[in-house]
Design a protein around this ligand. Structure first.
Ligand SMILES: C[S@@+](CC[C@H](N)C(=O)[O-])C[C@H]1O[C@@H](n2cnc3c(N)ncnc32)[C@H](O)[C@@H]1O
Ligand SMILES: [Zn+2]
Length: 679
């Protein structure tokens, strides 16, 4: 990475028109600025404000610097450039194909017209180049429609008309491209950096996504827009970037009746919730919303659950999977806003990173997909004060049927009443409700593969967060496939960038196995020593379950095994490898779980989950494990009917990419965190 330290400069100090260079001091209207380079963009920071990314920088200096430039967010910006570029190539390819198709149609039409005219001349000896009136009118209408983007009102069409409307819009789009048959035709690709601050994102998108045709950098603060203007000028990007002063919310609502942007980036201080509905107004059909939220105290904490609900329309999940819960709450908020206007969302990539979350969501006008939303929205019954187990329930049911032609369609019906008891079936503690939240897949594997391919082509100096992006994307991909597509994932770099388009995930898909557990935490429930990841993963795989890790947390296990299976394996871990030295306290969640087995002396029978009916714990100091016999991996008991053989197979549980990928962030530097608001 280029040094961002100010360097000695020759007099006279270069002006804003000088070629941008990292560390250079620029004089503009009597003020001095230092240049910081990130990616291919340069931003000017008032000279004197520390520009070092030295981890030992003082807290005050870090805060002063962050008003202009927050280096910790470079990961977010690097990833965003790559994601938008990947998405953009897909859009550009579609637009170009449509354009080409329409151009060819137009040419054929012209040719036919000429042929008819020639025939007419030959027969009548007179010119009859005029079209039949009906055809002419049709052509005129489509030409007239070229600039009239479909309004949101038009978008909310009757369900039966949805597909027809899709087709009509495609033609409309194609028609709009036909008219521009000049050689210089470029497919339009527009980006709104709605909360732009210094304009750094807009500058990077302009420099690093060469096919972006127009970028708006908006901020409510005049000071911020002044600095955007300065930076745009210094980077010589006036022809691509338009700085704009205004409230992003009203600006985006102004697009409710006209065509908007292909990409909208929302990167606020704190929550993006107040911007979501407006962003839906301004995003194009098949557009990309990129959303950051840094208010983890709201989306991933139970401290202010009433606030979480008012911001995101759902209640937070407590404990370790709370960040995945936050991602799902944000997606729920976007999906429910979009649904009101007949727009459906498809998460392409949803990440919990450091102290914030970031989602990339494709939005399309599709009333038929919107109808699936209730059946993809779930509540969570969480044993948050007991053993940590959870179960989920979708709010409605989407049942697939097919019509006479074999086309897939869905029937929507009510779900049955609560699918879980008010007490946890494992430990008897109370369960609490979380959600409603998005229960569909968090990522689109095809998209991740293409971003990885994009990353593979990227210059490491421009993208210093390369390794972390690679590790996180691989983990995200494993997470959604539960590790099954490992081979394909490794082959991701072989993808040809312009090959197939980003595939559409089945809009009815749900995630049947959301969330993850941390072995060391559930060991605390049983008061046993924590198993390493490998034997636990091995035991799950040996029993035929799928296993991966979650990108949200190191040391996590994500699996399609049920909690019944997980506790069964954990009890076998205790029996085979980790005999209990101290028995769990009376009435604890762990004791109840232990009590539900008939394990060869592990505990006497106690099938009833009520804690007041617990069997007496063994006398003080006595181990409640099976003693010597415990080392045998033979099955001697069953836990709630999960009676498979547990083989704590380390080899089977190893991560083949261990050490090859940077899956998780190493120790963060001091003073990291969201930017402080400018005072
Ligand atoms: C976290 S900063 C953006 C950082 C920037 N995206 C980057 O990557 O460097 C948030 C910006 O949003 C602006 N802002 C806050 N509320 C706004 C609103 N309602 N409309 C427009 N801008 C707003 C603030 O002035 C601030 O500059
Ligand atoms: Zn429980």
């Amino acid at each position: 990475m280029a040094s961002t330290n100010a360097t000695m400069v020759d007099a006279p100090t270069p002006s804003i028109t000088a070629t941008p260079r990292a560390g250079q001091i620029i004089n503009h209207e009597g003020k001095e600025y230092t240049t910081i380079k990130e990616g291919l963009a340069h931003i000017l920071v008032p000279h004197g404000v520390p520009t070092s990314t030295d981890p030992k920088m003082s807290k005050e200096d870090t805060q002063r610097q962050q008003v202009f430039y927050n280096p910790i967010q470079q990961f977010n910006r690097d990833l965003s450039v790559l994601a938008i570029k990947t998405f953009g190539q897909d859009i550009i390819q579609r637009k170009t194909q449509k354009h080409e198709l329409h151009r060819k149609k137009g040419e054929k039409k012209k040719q036919r017209k000429q042929e008819r005219a020639a025939d007419g001349e030959a027969v009548n000896g007179a010119s009859t180049t005029e079209e039949p009136p009906t055809k002419k009118r049709k052509l005129d209408e489509s030409e007239a429609d070229n600039d009239a983007a479909p309004s949101k009102k038009q978008r909310v069409v009757e369900d039966g008309d949805a597909e027809q409307e899709e087709g009509a819009n495609e033609q409309q789009d194609a028609a709009s491209t036909t008219n521009q048959e000049r050689e210089s035709w470029r497919p339009p690709f527009s980006i709104l950096d709605a909360l732009s601050a210094t304009g750094l994102r807009a500058l990077r998108y302009a420099q690093e996504i060469p096919f972006a045709t127009e970028i708006t950098a908006n901020d409510m603060s005049q000071k911020a827009v002044d600095s955007i203007g300065l930076n745009v000028k210094h980077n010589k990007l006036e022809d691509k970037i338009t700085p704009k002063t205004g409230n992003a919310i009203s600006y985006m609502y102004s697009y409710c009746d006209k065509k908007g942007y292909d990409v909208i980036d929302l990167d606020p201080y704190g929550t993006a919730a107040p911007f979501l509905d407006a962003a839906i107004q301004a995003i194009n059909h098949e557009g990309l919303l990129c959303v950051t939220c840094t208010d983890s105290a709201i989306f991933a904490s139970h401290g202010y659950l009433e606030k979480t609900y008012s911001q995101y329309g759902g209640l937070p999940l407590k404990g370790e999977p709370c960040h995945e819960g936050g991602l799902r709450l944000l997606l729920h908020a976007i999906a429910s806003s979009a649904a009101r206007y007949g727009m459906a969302i498809e998460p392409l990539l949803s990440l919990s990173i450091d102290y914030y979350i970031r989602v990339f969501v494709r939005v399309r006008r599709s009333p038929s997909d919107v109808k699936l939303l209730a059946g993809k929205t779930m509540i969570v019954y969480h044993c948050d004060s007991g053993c940590g187990a959870w179960s989920t329930q979708f709010l409605a049911r989407n049942k697939v049927t097919s019509n006479k032609n074999g086309d897939k369609s869905y029937k929507h019906s009510f779900a049955a009443g609560p699918s879980a008891d008010e007490h946890c079936q494992h430990c008897g503690f109370k369960t609490h409700l979380a959600g409603p939240m998005y229960g569909g897949p968090l990522h689109n594997v095809g998209f991740i593969e293409r971003v990885l391919a994009q990353l593979n082509e990227a210059d490491r100096d421009t993208y210093p967060t390369h390794d972390r992006i690679e590790g996180m994307l691989h983990t995200a991909m494993d997470e959604i496939t539960l590790g099954v597509r490992q081979e394909k994932a490794n082959g991701a770099n072989n993808i040809q960038l312009l090959d197939p388009l980003i595939p559409k995930v089945d809009p009815a898909d749900v995630d049947h196995h959301p969330f993850f557990f941390i072995p060391s935490s559930i060991s605390k429930v049983l008061h046993c020593s924590a198993p390493p990841l490998a034997p636990l993963r091995g035991a799950l795989r040996h029993a035929g379950f799928k296993v991966s890790m979650s990108h949200c947390k190191p040391g996590s296990i994500k699996t399609n095994a049920s909690w019944k299976d997980i506790w069964h394996i954990m009890l076998e871990w205790v029996r085979q490898r980790a005999p209990l030295k101290n028995q769990p306290k009376k009435l604890s969640a762990g004791l109840t779980i232990l009590a539900k087995t008939n394990a060869n002396g592990l505990m006497t029978n106690g099938n009833a989950p009520q804690t007041d009916k617990l069997p007496k714990p063994p006398p003080n100091g006595e181990s409640i494990d099976a003693g010597e016999a415990a080392v045998e991996p033979s099955l001697t008991y069953s836990y709630l009917g999960a009676d498979f053989h547990v083989n704590l197979d380390e080899k089977l549980g190893r991560d083949p990419e261990r050490g090859k990928l940077v899956r998780y962030q190493l120790a963060p530097r001091e003073n990291w965190g969201p930017m402080s608001r400018a005072r």
